[in-house]
Design a protein around this ligand. Sequence first.
Ligand SMILES: [Zn+2]
Length: 306
Amino acid sequence: MRFLRLVGSLLVLLCVLCACGRRDETAARGLQDGKKVVVTTFTILADMARAVAGDLLEVHSITKPGAEIHDYEPTPMDLVRASKADLILWNGLGLERWFERFYTRLKTVPVAVLSQGIAPMPIAAGPYSGKANPHAWMSAANALVYVRNIEAAFARLAPQHAAAFAANAKAYGEKLSQLDARLRQRVAQLPPQRRWLVTCEGAFSYLARDYGLRELYLWPVNAEREGTPQQMRAVVDGIRREKIEVLFSETTLSDKPMRQIARETGCRFGGLLHVDSLTDAQGEAPTFLQLLEVNTNTLLKALAAP
Ligand SMILES: [Zn+2]
């Protein structure tokens, strides 16, 4: 009898030990899995997402710094990486023309559209006339909406970190608002007749609206047919009509069309602006806040010069 009780106790002890072992195993597996992975369609969204995530999530951008993001062609590796993600963040408003097809092969990965809730500005001309201008992040007020959408998506993804995401989003939002107020004040010191933003893509409409700049561009949104003789002619005419003295190009595009117009009109080439992509860590705009600051410096340096 005593022997049976001993066997019984040993069995209970064994079961307890096994259960503990299973709990340890589960914890170890959790550690091995590491952080949840978030994938974004371009570098600016990845930077905002990292600001909200801190070191609690891993964030990757599908397109790399300097890439053309509207008609990007995803690689098989992009698909593999995205299929392993826990969340995908994209801009929407027709920006990533490749994304919907790409996503049909990833249906089980949750997604969030970061432009949700902003009031889009329409594209003024061309084949996409009347559709939303997708570059909404270039207005700080809209970027704050993006940040709130990121925070909400992260709280759904990892509810245990919701308070940390909220604190990060708040701190980042304050930095963004302060920077925006400072930059806006600097642009406001330009004489109104000099506040012209001549670019390749009509990607600065939100910024131009916020900062009281007027726009002239070669094409409304990056597409296959860019820099046609008609588009070039319209900008040359606009420059002459408005007596504009400075023009710009963008970092993700060839500066050839604008250099040619500069030669033809006698306009100064004011430099390259960042809009669809950050630079890599060695470049001048590796974060969104730096992008806004660097663009404003480039604009003011060129537009304020005699
Ligand atoms: Zn663009």
